[in-house]
Design a protein around this ligand. Structure first.
Ligand SMILES: [Zn+2]
Length: 77
């Protein structure tokens, strides 16, 4: 029996800073990180301003191997 469940242990956790939108009409804001893969700054949609949607993301790397990471609240890092 094959286990196709992804092994999460190799995926780095990255502290993310929640940046609220300047205007609530612009959306839920962003989670901003310093990428552990390429070193650049990436931002991901926060999903919900009252309870930002942390968790796994596909890296937004412009160069390099790319990959995935798991966003965690920066005050829990
Ligand atoms: Zn990156």
């Amino acid at each position: 029996m094959t286990n196709e469940k992804e092994d999460m242990t190799d995926i780095p956790e990255v502290p993310a800073r929640y940046v609220p939108p300047a205007n609530p009409k612009l959306g839920p804001g962003y989670l901003v990180i310093s990428c552990p893969i390429c070193g650049a700054r990436h931002q991901h949609g926060a999903g919900n301003p009252d309870n930002p949607d942390y968790g796994p993301r596909v890296a937004h790397c412009q160069s390099g191997p790319g990959g995935k990471y798991i966003l965690i609240p920066e005050n829990r890092a």
